[in-house]
Design a protein around this ligand. Structure first.
Ligand SMILES: C[S@@+](CC[C@H](N)C(=O)[O-])C[C@H]1O[C@@H](n2cnc3c(N)ncnc32)[C@H](O)[C@@H]1O
Length: 286
């Protein structure tokens, strides 16, 4: 990220109140058509505070005036506000269950597998899926859509280049998942970076898609929306889950993050739990 010089003052010690956040979310909605109003307040506030510190903006009003006058800053704003933390084979047991249970079950019903990674971040989750499918010999039967709100992070995902440092954890996760080879079979090291094998992405289409405001655009056998709704309030979780439900074929699967839950959501009675630890659900009612 390019830090700008600091023409804005540097006392960001002021606390942020709800009225500030409301002014900010209203401006972002009216000028840029992104809707953060129903993001979970505490983490949204933390991210704004962090952004004020990084850019040394004096207060939220300063941030608002920069967003009002400098549209080029908005992409950086989005990258700072969204939490992009991810890793390959995150929660290794989840991937083992996908391989041994979920994907074979889908193939019993359908010739092809349609998968949506909603909130794919920098793409590690998508590469993990492609590797699982490859090792099962069914990559050619799969169509994957990978989407995110943040355009810059989608570009990173498409690039498929990661730091070698991050590959240490990725390798460990891959081993724990029960990978057939070594993770090193799927990338080449160049200048301290891991360049992923592009052929893994042969059936992946990347797109910008906003889970909050975007329309339902297709039907899937499996949707991964992991560690995304954790940043939404309950109202927004209900709305988004409704759209994910609509985007699944009947008997399709939904996977959310292992620390998230469907239990409190309005739509819960339209799913059954397939695996409670790894939060995998199956749509059983339209
Ligand atoms: C913590 S990452 C999760 C990445 C991956 N699914 C995982 O579990 O490792 C959350 C991602 O959700 C994306 N996101 C946040 N709000 C979104 C929205 N309204 N629509 C689509 N993606 C969103 C963020 O940009 C970020 O890349």
């Amino acid at each position: 990220m390019n830090l700008p010089p600091n023409p804005f003052g540097n006392d960001s010690g002021n606390d942020i109140d709800i009225a500030d956040l409301r002014k900010l979310t209203d401006l972002i909605k009216s000028k840029y058509n992104y809707d953060f109003k129903d993001y979970a307040m505490s983490s949204f506030k933390r991210r704004i505070k962090r952004l004020l510190d990084i850019y040394k903006f004096k207060n939220v009003d300063k941030l608002i005036s920069v967003l009002e006058t400098n549209p080029d800053f908005f992409e950086e704003f989005i990258s700072e506000i969204t939490v992009n933390v991810t890793e390959m084979f995150r929660d290794p047991l989840f991937w083992k269950i996908l391989k041994e249970q979920i994907l074979p079950n889908i193939l019993l019903q359908h010739e092809t597998i349609n998968i949506w990674h909603a909130g794919c971040s920098s793409g590690e989750e998508v590469f993990s899926m492609a590797i699982v499918l490859q090792e099962m010999g069914i990559l050619g039967k799969a169509k994957l859509v990978a989407s995110d709100l943040d355009t810059a992070i989608i570009k990173k995902a498409q690039g498929g280049t990661y730091s070698m440092k991050s590959m240490d954890l990725n390798r460990k996760n891959y081993q724990r998942y029960g990978g057939v080879h070594s993770l090193d079979n799927y990338f080449k090291e160049m200048g301290g970076e891991a360049i992923m094998d592009k052929s893994l992405m042969q059936n992946v289409s990347f797109r910008r898609h906003d889970l909050v405001q975007g329309a339902v655009f297709s039907k899937f056998d499996l949707i991964l929306c992991r560690n995304v709704m954790i940043y939404f309030n309950q109202t927004l979780q209900n709305t988004v889950l409704g759209r994910l439900h609509e985007s699944l074929f009947k008997y399709g699967y939904l996977a959310i993050g292992s620390k998230e839950s469907l239990i409190w959501c309005e739509i819960a009675n339209k799913f059954i739990v397939v695996n409670n630890e790894e939060k995998i659900y199956k749509k059983v009612k339209e």
